[in-house]
Design a binder for this molecule. Structure first.
Ligand code: FCB
Length: 453
């Protein structure tokens, strides 16, 4: 790949991997078909009151049955790569032991279809749908779940390792650990600090165990990485107290996963401050967790502004909501400069061999106009500005090799159900009809030119 310095102000290096991302529970549907086991998101979504409007992923985009149509849409957009996740309970219904052949066949066909279309598959092994049978035994709070994950990674690598070269062990372990076990907003819906920190550690351990399992089965050129949700934390003012608050926010949100993976240590003070200590660490865990990786996947959506409110009777690490800034439907500030700051910081502090943006995108209240078109000009602007920030980071020397827009198509947005639309493709949830939005056509032009149009 050409060096970042050799490219002009709007171009991307030759071979830059433009892609789109999805996740199994968010798009597949077919929640109990062909031998699939129950997952924790099936259980959570079927529990009244957990998901907006009572939505579930039972049918969702019905991608399980309509994947060929979705593949044609990817071809229409000109995607070079597609990031999707495997549903663990679809392939190993009880989490360990018996493998479900029909579940494996589904991913096998999808991979072959992608390869025939010249689209590189990027597989995420864990995008939050843990088999419920493992949850019943403690889920991520139990160390055994990490060993079950390594077994599952081995099953997948054995089946697909001859054709798939790009593997992501975990998607956003911070969210699965803390939204799932501390804040209770995601499955399994706990609010227990110790459980949350145990879930974080056991996911990292599972990652550390899976990397050698994948390397043993896949081809020598296979690239293995992990995807983290990273949010730059900036101090609200230049005061010492706010500065400290920003450092605390950064330790919890970003360094809690970056440090063990790249330095083999956990940042000090975090688990103690949040009630998660002592961590269930055993000898050699951190050595496994910090084994070399081929790439880091970055999910970037926004930044946070930290403030010490303790003198005002509030939290020592409060999050300031800025007035008069542009926000997406999620309420997240639109802040493309944060992507540049984040990428250059990661390059400087952690030096990953290479990086991919494995998710970036925005929810807006899309409308179908009288011609049946979706003119999502705000999403076009959002993407253009973020592509530009990424391009500047490349020119500053960051080894960024690809960009996956979240998401290929509108889908089940976790606790928000179908109320938030992130897609390049619009989904009519009544008819399941797909329509490429203006942002999809914009993206198609960017990909074709390998430059910001
Ligand atoms: C990320 C998730 C992804 C999607 C986007 C909007 O946290 O990885 O599944 O929900 O947010």
């Amino acid at each position: 790949m050409a060096s970042g310095e050799a490219i002009g102000p709007k171009n991307f290096p030759a071979g830059f991997l433009w892609g789109a991302a999805t996740a199994s529970y968010q798009i597949e549907g077919a929640w109990n078909e062909d031998g699939k086991g129950e997952g924790i998101w099936d259980r959570f979504a079927h529990t009244p009151g957990k998901i907006q409007n009572g939505d579930t992923g039972d049918l969702s985009c019905d991608h399980y049955h309509r994947w060929q149509q979705d593949l044609r849409l990817m071809q229409e957009l000109g995607l070079k790569a597609y990031r999707f996740s495997i549903s663990w309970p679809r392939v190993i219904p009880q989490g360990s032991g018996q493998v479900n052949g029909k579940g494996l066949d589904f991913y096998d066909r999808l991979v072959d279809g992608l390869l025939e279309a010249g689209i590189a598959p990027f597989i995420t092994l864990y995008h939050w749908d843990l088999p419920q049978a493992l949850q019943a035994k403690g889920g991520w709070t139990a160390r055994d779940t990490a060993y079950a994950f390594a077994e599952y990674a081995d099953v997948m690598a054995k089946r697909l390792g001859d054709r798939v070269d790009n593997w992501i062990t975990f998607n956003e372990p911070w969210v699965a650990a803390f939204l799932g076990h501390l804040y209770g907003e995601h499955a399994p819906g706990l609010k227990e600090p110790k459980a949350a920190f145990a879930a974080a550690h056991h996911q990292l351990l599972a990652h550390g165990l899976a990397v050698p399992a994948l390397r043993a089965r896949c081809k020598s050129q296979a690239q293995i990485g992990i995807t983290l949700d990273l949010t730059p934390a900036e101090p609200a003012t230049t005061s010492e107290a706010d500065n400290e608050a920003a450092l605390r926010a950064d330790k919890f949100k970003n360094r809690w996963f970056l440090d063990p993976i790249y330095r083999g240590t956990y940042p000090e003070g975090v688990a103690e401050r949040l009630g998660g200590a002592p961590l269930p660490i055993q000898a050699n865990d951190l050595q496994l967790i910090s084994a070399p990786l081929d790439f880091l996947g970055v999910n970037y959506y926004s930044r946070t502004i930290a403030r010490d409110d303790s003198a005002r009777g509030g939290s020592d690490t409060a999050h300031l909501r800025l007035e008069k800034v542009e926000r997406t439907e999620m309420g997240w500030e639109i802040y493309p400069a944060g992507l540049y700051d984040l990428l250059t910081r990661l390059h400087h502090d952690y030096k990953p061999n290479r990086l991919y943006i494995t998710e970036n995108g925005a929810a807006f209240a899309d409308q179908v106009d009288s011609d049946g078109e979706i003119d999502d000009s705000r999403r076009v602007a959002f993407l253009r500005d973020h592509f530009s920030a990424a391009q500047q980071a490349i020119r500053a020397g960051v080894p960024l090799e690809g960009y996956f827009v979240w998401s290929l198509l509108d889908n089940f947005e976790w606790a928000w159900g179908f109320s938030k639309r992130f897609g390049l493709i619009y989904l009519d949830y009544k008819t399941l009809q797909r329509t490429i939005k203006r942002s999809g056509y914009f993206y198609k032009a960017v990909i074709a030119a390998n430059a910001i149009e």
